[in-house]
Design a protein around this ligand. Structure first.
Ligand SMILES: Cc1cc2nc3c(=O)[nH]c(=O)nc-3n(C[C@H](O)[C@H](O)[C@H](O)COP(=O)(O)OP(=O)(O)OC[C@H]3O[C@@H](n4cnc5c(N)ncnc54)[C@H](O)[C@@H]3O)c2cc1C
Length: 412
């Protein structure tokens, strides 16, 4: 066993790579090991359901750092290596194969994994989940062969996969239990925009349906049977019913978890010298006064950098507003802020909603902006963030008026 007191990062993806970068940028010069279960060095996942899935961009464009970056920064990258146990008392981890490794400080950046669908036929050939570069390559190949694609779940990944399948010229059906896509995250007003977008692009959207079974023929998928008995024929099924945080290591180690590894605003877990960041972390957010877990690219970068700082002993209070983006067909958008499901009073639109060139603002009962989404309008996201951070009521008329500069509204 190594008795090294160096720093170890578990999870070699976006958060892990950014934490390693921050540690070196902050002058940490001790040993640094980045351990990941996947075979590929850290890469970005957003293209996996967009340009990469559509074959518009190559593998070489996905990586967070060039291969030589790790050696140049003295980061020991151990790929294809699963950490099987964490012993916070002994400051040790165990690797698959039995090796044990000591650490001085450790970052859990184990991310999230797709929720599995639990119906008969879920294991048939032709049923896919989308998380890794390999998944995306397999789905792309399947789209090239398939006539009919069924997507289960109208969340971000389901909708992006549906858009990619349409771009590949496939007949696409999306099955969703809720009344609209993204209803819990966006609320009815903006969820309707996404329903309209996909309907216009020829997607057969079925809302309020339950999947009862994935049917097969000769071991391969043949269709999806709904609870009402209807069968939707399919050559390929993509399941996008959400992801859950990979908390197994932390739980077994007795570290506090609650929909993620619980941390304070300084990204410290309940175990000494163990930090968490990225999709796996449920971090206390000073602005919202509670723990939130954010499953988005920007958080994996910036929260992980903050965790790197915290690991060097700096005082950190991570209070960045959640931010994410999507691209579907000709719709590109950015969203900033945070609204719990149903946690807003009204939505105010500025711009052309049917033409899909607008900003949506989610307001609370006092007229404060909680979140904003700019759709096909650019360079306004920072100003929307300012409105949220200002935390003052804003006139809905001014918000709706394209002539009123957003920057001028933050002052109240
Ligand atoms: C298809 C797809 C599209 C997306 N598109 C967008 C988008 O458009 N906009 C946006 O904002 N966000 C998007 N996201 C979300 C974004 O990619 C994630 O928020 C980000 O990848 C989280 O990074 P992470 O490092 O925290 O976790 P992950 O990327 O999940 O990485 C965790 C890593 O830890 C490894 N690991 C787990 N357990 C162990 C262990 N015990 N031992 C060793 N290694 C382990 C895993 O194998 C994995 O490689 C998308 C995600 C997906 C999957």
């Amino acid at each position: 066993m190594s008795t090294d007191n160096g720093y170890v990062i578990v999870g070699a993806s976006l958060a892990g790579a950014n934490a390693a970068q921050a540690l070196r940028a902050e002058g940490y010069s001790g040993s640094l090991t980045l351990i990941g279960a996947e075979q590929d060095r850290p890469y970005e996942r957003p293209p996996l359901s967009k340009d990469f899935l559509m074959g518009k961009t190559g593998r070489d464009k996905l990586f967070v750092h060039p291969a030589e970056w790790y050696g140049e920064h003295d980061v020991e990258l151990r790929l294809g290596t699963t950490v099987t146990a964490l012993d916070p008392g002994a400051h040790q981890i165990s690797l698959a194969g039995g090796e044990r490794l000591g650490y001085g400080r450790l970052l859990l950046a184990t991310g999230a994994a797709p929720r599995r669908i639990d119906v008969p036929g879920a294991d048939l050939d032709g049923v896919y989940y989308l998380r890794t570069v390999g998944d995306s390559e397999r789905i792309r190949a399947a789209f090239a062969q398939a006539g009919r694609v069924v997507v289960i779940g109208a969340g971000w990944i389901g909708l992006e996969a549906a858009a990619a399948a349409r771009e590949a010229g496939r007949a696409v059906t999306v099955l969703e239990t809720a009344e609209l896509p993204l209803l819990r995250v966006l609320g009815r007003e903006v969820a309707e925009v996404f329903a309209g977008l996909h309907a216009e692009h020829g997607v057969d959207l079925r809302f309020g349906v339950q999947v009862a079974e994935i049917t097969g023929a000769g071991g391969s998928v043949a269709g999806v049977r709904l609870a009402d008995g209807a069968v939707v024929p399919a050559d390929v099924v993509v399941v996008g019913i959400g992801a859950g945080p990979s908390t197994g290591l932390a739980e077994a180690a007795g570290i506090a978890t609650d929909n993620g590894v619980v941390t304070d605003a300084g990204l410290r877990t309940s175990a000494p010298d163990v930090f968490a960041a990225g999709d796996v972390a449920s971090a206390f957010h000073p602005r919202f006064g509670r723990h939130i877990r954010v499953e988005h690219w920007d958080n994996a970068i910036n929260q992980a950098k903050a965790a790197g700082l915290a690991m060097t002993g700096q005082e950190v209070s991570y209070d960045r507003l959640p931010y994410f983006f999507t691209d579907q067909y000709d719709l590109g958008m950015e969203y900033v802020g945070h609204v719990a499901p149903g946690g807003y009073q009204r939505v105010v639109f500025r711009g052309d909603v049917p033409g899909r060139e607008f900003i949506a603002f989610w307001l609370d009962e006092d007229g404060r902006v909680l979140a904003g989404m700019n759709v096909n309008i650019w360079d306004v996201n920072e100003a929307i963030g300012e409105l949220i951070r200002a935390g003052r009521p804003v006139s809905p008329e001014a918000l709706a008026d394209p002539a009123a500069a957003l920057e001028s509204l933050a002052g109240g």
